[in-house]
Design a protein around this ligand. Structure first.
Ligand code: 2HG
Ligand code: ZN
Length: 462
């Protein structure tokens, strides 16, 4: 049965590269969650838009589900293929196709790694400003499919802000050209924005026209040590009032311990309960003076107990590593991840309530807090003890996530700030979206993909 479907795919698209080795099925069938056992039918690696179209036409004829696949660095199970789906990897479609100096846009294929998009922009003296630690492995198509955020959202916004056009192959194999790089286009529904964040459930993103912008002025990176969680928002307000912030990230002593155990260098002699990494424009004396004033204000108020400012690019990179290395340093513990957001104004009250909830719920687990505090986005990673089974651990964490989802609903927050819903959080979608909204989301899914062949089971069940 399996072989005949693969043979029919090869017949439908003779030049298509396919992989069926067990090691490949395993590699392409999972993402960074590693919770589900990969079991795809095969891996298709098209080199052209036409091949992607042929794959989708074949999928329609055979009724085989397709999981679009980028760098599989996702943390919500959005790229998992555990049910005999065909994985459609965009990794061979990884080039920049065109640059337009007047529009300041770059047309890129979906499988281009984010870091390669950054470099291609720099080749033209510009930047593509969405950035996060997985930049070397994730792909722009995956970033778009999850509306990825990251460390510079506070300054530049999410991926959504930076997409001027999309080419998308539909479930039936049609090619949609959405928005075509226009800035102004008031001609009805904006399917480009609908596809952004749709997690591969509405179409296969094959190409994007990304917007570029001027590089920021010179910046400095500062690491701050904080005595308590409660002062976090005060420190943020003090820095934001005086400086043009590019990033404002926090993490706990537990996070630092793991990153240091992974080879990073200790920033201070003493251990402090909380830390902030912030980056801000520091091109002139006035900006440097403002940074010092913010720091002294925080020290004077007892909100900050120590600080270090980068004196070189190498030192800035070292400070960033303390924050960016967290996810990798925790990977061996198969953490249960929460990626939640509330409005910044709600953050102090939400933090207090969540900290109390998590403290009570997990007295026996190691819980690591970090995130993009300036965007109202918290990451709460619960580490699996070696002596607890995967299933028991997930069951206990799910129980607490239900309580967390109730708190989020009261705060009008989101159960997924930037990682997506995927498989991991689909049981909690209704804490963030109302029943009428979810019913409409499902109707949209049925309109785009009536046979539910595109990334089935992700986001919700139809
Ligand atoms: C980050 O902010 C990523 O570093 C990953 O969103 C967060 O591992 C996580 O929970
Ligand atoms: Zn994050």
């Amino acid at each position: 049965m399996t072989d005949s479907r693969i043979a029919s795919l090869q017949q439908a698209c003779p030049g298509l590269k396919l992989k069926t080795d067990p090691a490949d099925l395993e590699h392409y069938g999972r993402d960074w969650t590693r919770r589900w056992t990969p079991a795809p039918l095969a891996i298709a690696l098209p080199a052209t838009v036409e091949e992607v179209q042929a794959v989708m036409r074949w999928s329609a004829g055979e009724g085989v589900a397709v999981v679009p696949s980028g760098g599989r660095t996702g943390l919500s199970g959005g790229a998992v293929a555990a049910n005999g789906e065909l994985v459609l990897s965009l990794e061979r479609m990884n080039k920049a196709l065109a640059y337009d100096a007047v529009d300041r846009t770059l047309v890129v294929q979906a499988g281009m790694p984010l870091e390669a998009v950054h470099n291609a922009a720099l080749d033209h003296g510009l930047i593509y400003p969405v950035d996060f630690a997985a930049r070397g492995s994730c792909t722009i198509g995956g970033n778009i499919a999850t509306n990825a955020g990251g460390i510079r959202v506070i300054r530049y916004g999410n991926t959504r802000e930076w997409i001027a056009g999309l080419k998308v192959v539909t479930a039936s194999g049609e090619l949609l050209e959405l928005n075509k790089g226009l800035i102004k286009n008031s001609s009805g529904y904006d399917f480009r924005q609908l596809l952004i964040g749709s997690e591969g459930t509405l179409g296969v993103i094959v190409e994007a026209t990304v917007k570029l912008t001027d590089p920021p002025p010179a910046s400095n990176v500062m690491l701050l040590a904080l005595p308590s969680f409660e002062v976090l928002m005060q420190v943020f307000a003090a820095f934001r009032a005086r400086l043009q912030l590019q990033a404002f990230e926090f993490f706990t002593d537990r996070a630092l311990e793991h990153v240091l155990a992974h080879g990073a260098q200790a920033p201070f002699d003493e251990v402090h309960p909380y830390y902030v990494v912030t980056e801000f424009a520091a091109g002139d004396d006035a900006q440097e003076a403002a940074a010092m004033a913010a720091f002294e204000d925080c020290m004077g108020n007892g909100w900050v107990s120590d600080g270090v400012i980068s004196a070189s690019d190498a030192q800035a990179a070292q400070l960033w590593r303390l924050r960016e290395g967290i996810t990798e340093s925790l990977a061996r513990y198969k953490p249960y991840k929460n990626d939640v957001s509330v409005r910044i104004s709600a953050m102090p009250a939400f933090l207090a309530e969540t900290q109390a909830l998590i403290g009570q719920a997990y007295p026996h687990f190691d819980v690591v807090w970090f995130g993009h505090i300036g965007d109202g986005n918290l990451h709460i990673n619960v580490l699996k003890p070696d002596d607890t089974s995967d299933a028991d651990f997930v069951a206990q964490c799910e129980h607490v996530t239900k309580l967390l989802a109730q708190v989020l609903a009261r705060f009008d927050g989101s159960i997924s700030a930037e990682h997506g819903i995927g498989l991991v959080k689909k049981g909690y979608l209704d804490s963030t979206r109302g029943p009428a909204e979810i019913a409409l989301m499902k109707a949209v899914k049925r309109a785009f993909d009536p046979q539910a062949r595109l990334n089935p089971g992700k986001l919700f069940d139809v």
